[in-house]
Design a protein around this ligand. Structure first.
Ligand SMILES: Cc1cc2nc3c(=O)[nH]c(=O)nc-3n(C[C@H](O)[C@H](O)[C@H](O)COP(=O)(O)OP(=O)(O)OC[C@H]3O[C@@H](n4cnc5c(N)ncnc54)[C@H](O)[C@@H]3O)c2cc1C
Length: 456
């Protein structure tokens, strides 16, 4: 916290001060309304990614392709995180497979900074993900009103810009951008212009798939990548700073030090509703910077999200509605129930698909469904914690649950983020002085865990 002075919000920074997003983290235009339940990341500033790495090796225009000389084994619909990683693994380990990635936007990856804890992945998984990783730190910190702590667990980030560059170079003409898919079946797609492409298998990775079978809370945030006027002095990410006014649920600021004067600062809320108010969050980030004594020199880019936090649901009913279409990522409900993060699940799904000998749509559907259902069934305890977080306490008191959780030893915290808690871990998480009203907690615990209708 070396610098001092008044921080500025996005609106206060003149356009001339916004550093070229194409060099410093490109995004894609926000092209439509936010879906009802959870949204993919669309840049708020409307930057377009460089599309020059996107080719199409199958002809455009109405008609049927994907047969004979143009035979396609797998079509990946959506060039986001999950399908991008599947394409990467298949291209590396199964060069005989003919892939086609169809992305609606101008580039793959959208506008994200995807982070993960070292413990979320195995060493082998981290190895193959390495070309995408841009930032690594050996530890991270958390701050609560009554607890400040550093955890000696590695943390790393992948940027969408690197993702697009690395994947684009590997896939070449098997990647086709500005290709919005209108309809999807297990073995064929139709593009918006009417062109139909057939394949042995189609994997739907178009991002969040709102479903009446899942009950969700929301982690919503707006992040600004900011160049400061002077070094910030942070050496580690602060993944939760809840020493700020609590409003609209559990609120914290997430900060990644990306360079000596460069930060990604995200104002974040665990909220009951998905509505994001960008103007209010920009102002809040400005206030946070000022409180830390940091002066913004330039706004580099923004990213925003409304991520799903699972409270309950019926995963079998969710999959029954997919009519045999294999899915990946958020479209397959593959995310950590408490953080909404999907990178570790996406890495595991990519490995699983690349290891299949049978890549028919039936076999891939069964593999994607099985991974999603198994993950969901293993994570009932996280949904119970989420119900405690969202339903057992007043919104302004929610931070106490996280503050209580962070008293635990780093290996347990690491297993929590990895979704691999041991039975004794669960007991320890629930032990100690209850951070919320016992009466309310018992009411929440008494509700059936499989019910999609959970209430306070
Ligand atoms: C800003 C942000 C930051 C996040 N940070 C993290 C993080 O740090 N760690 C983490 O693990 N998770 C993070 N998440 C959560 C989650 O991992 C991401 O949302 C992740 O990108 C989801 O991957 P996906 O492949 O399911 O969907 P997406 O990455 O959203 O990919 C879906 C793709 O499909 C394309 N598409 C949509 N419709 C069509 C169509 N009709 N035709 C063709 N293409 C289409 C979209 O343009 C998009 O590129 C973050 C989410 C957001 C929004």
């Amino acid at each position: 916290m070396a610098a001092s002075g008044r921080a500025r919000s996005f609106e206060e920074l003149s356009p001339g001060r916004i550093i070229d997003a194409r060099r410093h983290g490109a995004g894609k235009a926000n092209t439509g309304p936010l879906p009802e339940l959870f949204v993919r990341a669309d840049t708020l500033a409307g930057w377009n990614a460089a599309a020059s790495s996107c080719f199409g090796w199958i002809g455009r225009g109405a008609g049927v392709t994907g047969q004979g000389r143009d035979r396609v084994d797998i079509i990946l619909v959506g060039g986001g995180l999950a399908n991008g990683l599947i394409a990467w693994r298949l291209a590396a380990s199964r060069p005989d497979i003919r892939l086609l990635v169809l992305e609606a936007g101008g580039a793959v990856g959208g506008n994200h900074t995807w982070s993960f804890h070292d413990g979320d992945l195995t060493a082998a998984e981290r190895d193959w993900l390495a070309p995408f990783i841009v930032h690594r730190w050996p530890a991270y910190g958390v701050r609560f009103p009554e607890r400040v702590r550093e955890l000696p667990t590695g943390y790393a980030s992948v940027t969408a810009e690197r993702f697009a560059a690395v994947l684009g170079a590997r896939l070449g003409p098997a990647l086709r951008c500005n290709a919005a898919v209108a309809t999807v079946t297990p073995t064929a797609i139709t593009l918006a212009d009417g062109e139909r492409i057939e394949a042995g298998c189609v994997i739907d990775g178009r991002g969040p798939a709102p479903s009446r079978h899942l009950t969700l809370g929301y982690q919503k945030f707006l992040g600004q990548e900011i160049e400061l006027a002077a070094p910030h002095g942070l050496t580690r990410p602060i993944i939760m700073d809840a020493t700020i006014p609590q409003e609209d649920g559990y609120r914290f600021v997430y900060t990644l030090p990306l360079g000596p004067c460069r930060l990604l600062v995200e104002d974040t809320y665990y909220a009951d509703g998905p509505t994001l108010e960008p103007g209010r969050l920009r102002t809040a980030i400005g206030a946070y910077l000022a409180r830390q004594g940091w002066t913004a020199e330039a706004l580099v880019r923004e990213e925003a999200g409304v991520l799903p936090i699972a409270l309950g649901g019926d995963i079998d009913a969710f999959w029954a509605e997919r009519t045999g279409v294999p899915a990946s990522g958020l479209a397959a409900a593959l995310f950590h129930p408490t953080t909404g993060y999907s990178l570790p699940d996406a890495v595991r799904l990519a490995d699983r698909i690349a290891s299949l000998t049978d890549l028919s749509s039936e076999a891939v559907f069964e593999a994607t469904r099985a991974q999603s259902v198994a993950a969901w069934n293993q994570r009932g305890f996280f949904r119970l914690l989420n119900r405690l977080l969202f339903l057992a306490g007043a919104p302004a008191e929610r931070h106490r649950i996280l503050q209580h959780f962070y008293r635990l030893p780093p290996p347990l915290v690491s297993r929590f983020y990895a979704g691999k808690l041991k039975p004794f871990d669960k007991l320890r998480i629930l032990s100690g002085k209850p951070p919320v009203s016992v009466h309310q907690a018992l009411r929440v615990l008494a509700q059936p865990a499989h019910s999609p209708k959970v209430t306070a």
